[in-house]
Each structure stands twice: as C-alpha cells, then as structure tokens.
Design a protein around this ligand. Structure first.
Ligand code: ATP
Length: 598
C-alpha cells in the first residue's frame, strides 16, 4: 500500500485496486456516456480517414507530375478534403471534451452525495481534507480515460491497422522491417507503463495530504496563529506539495519516455526502410513512387501509435484516480433521506436502558450500562466530571453512533427502529463547538428549517434573546458571521444555534452547553433561552453552569460512564457528594458584565 505520510495527522493512503475492479469502476463511469463517446469517435474517425487519403493523392500527384498532366483539380480536391476533415475532427473533439466534463460532473455529484451522507465514525476515521481532494482533484483525472483515450485507442488502432494494410499492399518486405523495429521499442514502453500509475497515485495522495493539512489549519486558524505555528504548518503543506511535485515529475518522466519512444520507433524504421528500400529500388523490386508512398505512410504511423500509447498512459493515470474514488465510495453511509421530514406530536420522551458503548472496538467502553428516563417536556440537565460520557448520550440519541449494548428509546421506540430522517427531524441539536456555519445570520437560522417564515424567525429570535443583537447589526439578519461564526461572541453563537434548533420546532432539544465563561448578560440570555425552550419541548442539556442546573426540573449525575444519581438541585446538593462537589467547585458562574476598576 502506498502511503504519503504527513508529519501531523494520520497518513493519507489508498489501497491498491485489483486490475479487474479498476476496469469495472472505469467502465461504470464510461457507461452512461457511451453513445456520446461513440459519436465523438465517429467524427474523429471520419476526420482521420480523410487524412488517410492524402498520401494516396500525393502519390497520384507525383505520377501526374512525371506525366506532365495538370494538377490543379487534384490540389483543389486535396484542399477541400483537408478543410472538411479538420472541421469534422474538431466537432468530434468538442463532443468528446464536453462528454469528458460531464463524466467529471457525474463523478463529483455521486461522490458529494455520498460524502455528506457518511456515518459520523467513518468521517472521524478519515481526513476530510483528503476526501475533499478526491472530489475536486481525482475526479478530473477521469476526464481523458473515459472519453478521448477510448476514442484514441479505437481510432488509433483502426488507423494503425488500415495504414499497415496499405503498407502491406505497397511492399510486404519493407513492412516486415518496419514492424520489427516498432515491436522492439514497444516492448520497452510496456515496461514503463505501470510506473506511471504508481507515480500518479502517489502524487494524488500528496495532493490529498495538502488539502488535509490546510483543512486542519483553517479549522483552527486562531490557534495556529496564537501558537505561532504558521511557519511550521506551512512547511508541512510545503513538504506535501514537494512530494506531489516529485511524484508528478516522475510520472512526467515516464510519460515523456513513453511518448518519445514512438518518435524513436518511427525514425529508426525510417532509417531501416531508407536503407533496405533504397536497395530494393536499385534492384528494381519496387519503384521510387512506391518507396515515397511507403515512407509517407511510415510517418503517418506516428499519430495512431502515439494515440495508442497515450491511451494506455491515460489508463494508468485514470486507474490511480479511480482507486482513490472507489475507496471513498466504499465508506459507510447512512440510510438516505435525512432531509427535513414533517414533525408531529408533543414533547418527546427519552430513555436509556442498560446502554453500553465504545467508539471503536479497540477503545475502552465510554458507557458501562447507562440507565435513565426522561418524561416529555421540561428540562433535564446532565452533569458530571469531564469525560463522564455526557456528550456521548447525545450522539447516541441522534444515532450518530449506535449503542454497543442496551437500548436507546425515544417515545418508547428504539432509535434503531426509527426512520433516520424522522428521528432527526424530531430533534434539535446544539453542538458544544462550532455550532455556527459560515454565511449570514439568516442562512444559519434557516439551516435546519429552510421553509421557515419571517414570522417564525422573528419569534425564535425573541426566544433566543437575539432580537437586540439583530437590531444592532448594520445588516441585521443578512450580516455575514464569518468562518464558523467567528464574528459572533461565544454566547451569541450558542444562542444562534439554539434559535436554529428551535426554528425546526423540535420535540426534543439537545443542548451541549459551551464550557467557556460567559459574561452575566450572555449567561442570563442563554438561561432565558433554554428556559423558554423547555416550555414547549423536552430539553436535555449537558450543563456546565450553575445557572442552568438550578433551572433544571431534574438533574442526571454521570460519572465514569454510569448514572450515579437523579434528582433536583436541592435534593442532590445534600444527597450526592459528587454533585455537591461539582456545585461548589466545578460549575461555571457568571462573570460580572461590569468591568472592575483596577
Ligand atoms: N468521537 C470519539 N471517538 C473516540 N472517543 C471519543 C469520541 N468522543 C468522545 N470520546 C471519548 O469518550 C469519553 C466520553 O466523552 P464525552 O464527550 O461523552 O464526555 P463528556 O462527559 O461530555 O465530557 P465533557 O464534559 O468534557 O464534554 C472521553 O473519554 C472521550 O475521550
């Protein structure tokens, strides 16, 4: 397995695809366009055939010159043939290029459709940047192999055979000499071909690594800057770029060698034919016109041979790209249709029954038998030390992951029995980190409910205590919030995410509270927003602030992957030592909004 290793992050690599599967995968990409390719091939063939007639006409021309006859008519005919042939060939080339673009479009569309439906654990296993490069970069390498190179291979071999046949008619002996030289040099080219595929694959893997490092750096841009890591990150990207360059140059070297050997084969044949043909003319075995005709055909062989060589080269390049595309297509996806589904019913009930869970088989268990029951409506807070498994509870309810053992129930029904779209439509989810996407405030709000009315937007803005902010912003709802909402404060980002989740009118709201400190104004606003939401839906909140837990109807205390107590704040403060300690030392308290005098 070829591997391009980054200094940081996991290696970017793709398994080797067996030759038969490579064929099949490439054929899948070609199949829908076979008629367009056939049309392009037909035009190209007509163009090539019109060219093939020219040496014949030239022979007649030479003979006529010897006989002192007019050649004007013949020249005109030749000119018309050239113009017509070129016109038809260029239409053929347009049809093929257009089809090639369509092949890329369809490949990208398929890949994008799958990538956004990948299961969460699959994405965590891979590097998003590398996956992106498969959509943007590898698909473009399918262009030629599925269109023009098939035509090149077909027209090339047909023209090659036709030319050889004509040469055989002219002089079989000279043809024997020609083929001998060509076969000799062809053997050497065959040796070079697999090296092109390997170099291309390594080059594409390095391109994937570039995207992966860039994606990582832009994903934590401020941290990169604050850590003074720009130069180090840049050097990682640069070494990946150099790797891509090195393999690209290696591929170019082999391609150049393969390409130039065609010229070499013909030149060597030319010299051999010149020597032996000259002797045959001297001995009277063939005429001078025959030798000239033969030599012209010999040069005419350059094109079809080059076409065949480039078709095989393109196949090598395409097979490297298709291996990476197939690899991405094999990642597990969720069932289709996770778009917005109609939501009916009141606040949802949630229950965990003896849930055990680990993220991967080689990792320790995170949940060791989690049990709790939450009735419809009101607010339930999940508290516990860091790493207790609180956020994991949400991941299991949303079915980003599936429980290893036990059952996760929503409305008494196992989440595995829910149609995924219906389950997710019933839930509003507010992530702890990066809950806001690049775009405008409005785009962020309607992200989970594209059909929301202006009235509904206004309502949730009030509920999330964002109405004041929107009024202050110069562009109001159309304000651009920056990459990951970087132009908003932490508290505002959380409230935008709450508003977005509420706009979906969820039956269950999952809120993973930000762990960062908020000022008193933001803290109060957040608390009000959550309390407001709990009035009409079931709210589960992973709580880090005292103001949230004191508001909760019930608190679930988690520790080391188990539920250790359930109760209200008043009950737990005295009844559960861990909770008492958390309440005294761990929960975040609002900072004063008023700047203190030094
Ligand atoms: N995607 C993941 N893959 C592998 N391990 C994970 C993943 N997410 C979380 N973990 C591990 O699972 C354990 C529980 O994580 P979880 O996020 O549920 O804890 P938490 O109680 O929410 O913590 P915090 O209060 O710090 O957010 C942690 O030890 C964490 O390292």
């Amino acid at each position: 397995m070829a591997t391009t290793t980054q200094k940081t992050g996991a290696p970017v690599s793709t398994p080797k695809l067996p030759a038969r599967e490579t064929w099949r995968a490439l054929y899948q990409h070609f199949r829908p366009h076979r008629w367009a390719v056939a049309l392009g091939a037909l035009f190209t063939l007509i163009g090539a055939a019109s060219g093939l007639a020219q040496p014949l006409a030239a022979m007649v021309l030479v003979e006529r010159l010897g006989e002192d006859r007019s050649i004007v008519g013949l020249l005109l005919l030749l000119t018309a043939l050239v113009v017509l042939g070129t016109a038809i060939a260029s239409v053929g080339s347009y049809v093929l290029e257009r089809t090639a673009e369509t092949v890329v479009l369809v490949a990208r569309r398929n890949l994008i459709g799958r990538l956004l439906r990948l299961r969460v654990p699959e994405v965590e296993r891979t590097q998003p940047g590398d996956l992106m490069s498969r959509v943007t970069s590898d698909t473009t390498l399918l262009r030629s192999v599925t269109t023009s190179s098939i035509v090149s291979a077909a027209t090339g071999s047909l023209t090659f055979l036709a030319t050889i046949a004509l040469m055989a008619v002219l002089d079989p002996v000279l043809l024997g000499v020609t083929l001998g030289v060509i076969v000799l040099i062809g053997g050497a080219v065959g040796f070079v071909m697999p090296k092109i595929a390997q170099a291309t694959k390594q080059s594409q893997e390095a391109v994937g690594a570039i995207s992966a490092v860039l994606e990582r750096a832009f994903g934590a841009f401020r941290t990169v800057k604050a850590s003074g890591a720009e130069a180090r990150e840049a050097s990682v990207v640069e070494s990946a770029a150099q790797e891509a360059w090195r393999h690209g140059v290696r591929s170019a070297k082999w391609q150049a060698l393969a390409g130039s050997s065609v010229g070499l084969a013909v030149q060597m044949s030319f010299l051999a034919v010149l020597g032996i043909g000259g002797a045959r003319v001297a001995s009277g075995a063939i005429s001078v016109a025959t030798l000239i005709g033969f030599l012209l055909y010999l040069f005419y062989l350059i094109d079809p041979i080059s076409q065949m060589v480039s078709a095989v080269t393109e196949y090598q390049v395409g097979s490297a790209a298709v291996a990476r595309i197939v690899d991405a297509e094999r990642l597990e996806v969720e069932e289709p249709g996770s778009s917005v589904a109609p939501v009916t019913g009141g606040p949802a009930q949630v229950a965990f029954e003896g849930v055990t869970f680990r993220y991967r088989d080689d990792l320790p268990y995170v949940h060791h038998g989690v049990d709790f029951e939450v009735p419809g409506g009101g607010m339930t807070a999940f508290v516990g030390p860091s790493g207790a498994g609180k956020t994991t509870v949400f991941g299991l309810i949303e079915r980003f992951y599936e429980a290893t053992g036990g059952r996760v129930l929503v409305d008494g029904r196992d989440v595995r029995d829910w149609p995924l779209a219906e389950l997710r439509a019933a839930i509003g989810y507010v992530e702890q980190d990066a809950p806001v996407l690049a775009g405008t405030l409005r785009e962020n709000l309607v992200f989970a409910a594209p059909d929301a009315s202006a009235e509904a937007i206004r309502e949730v803005l009030v509920k999330a205590r964002l109405d004041g902010l929107v009024e202050r912003l110069p562009d109001g709802l159309d304000t651009v919030v920056g990459h990951r909402g970087s132009k908003l404060s932490g508290g505002e980002r959380q409230r935008v995410a709450i508003a977005r989740a509420l706009l979906r009118k969820p039956r269950l709201l999952l809120l993973d509270e930000a762990t960062s400190q908020l000022d008193a104004v933001n803290e109060l606003a957040l608390r009000d927003a959550v309390a407001e939401a709990a009035r009409e839906t079931t709210v589960l909140v992973v709580a880090h602030r005292l103001s949230t837990v004191t508001l909760a109807d019930r608190i679930v205390v988690m520790d080391a992957g188990k539920v250790r107590a359930v109760g209200t704040h008043a009950e737990l403060v005295s009844g559960d030592p861990l909770y008492g300690e958390l309440a005294a030392t761990q929960f975040l308290h609002a900072e004063s909004a008023v700047p203190q005098a030094p």
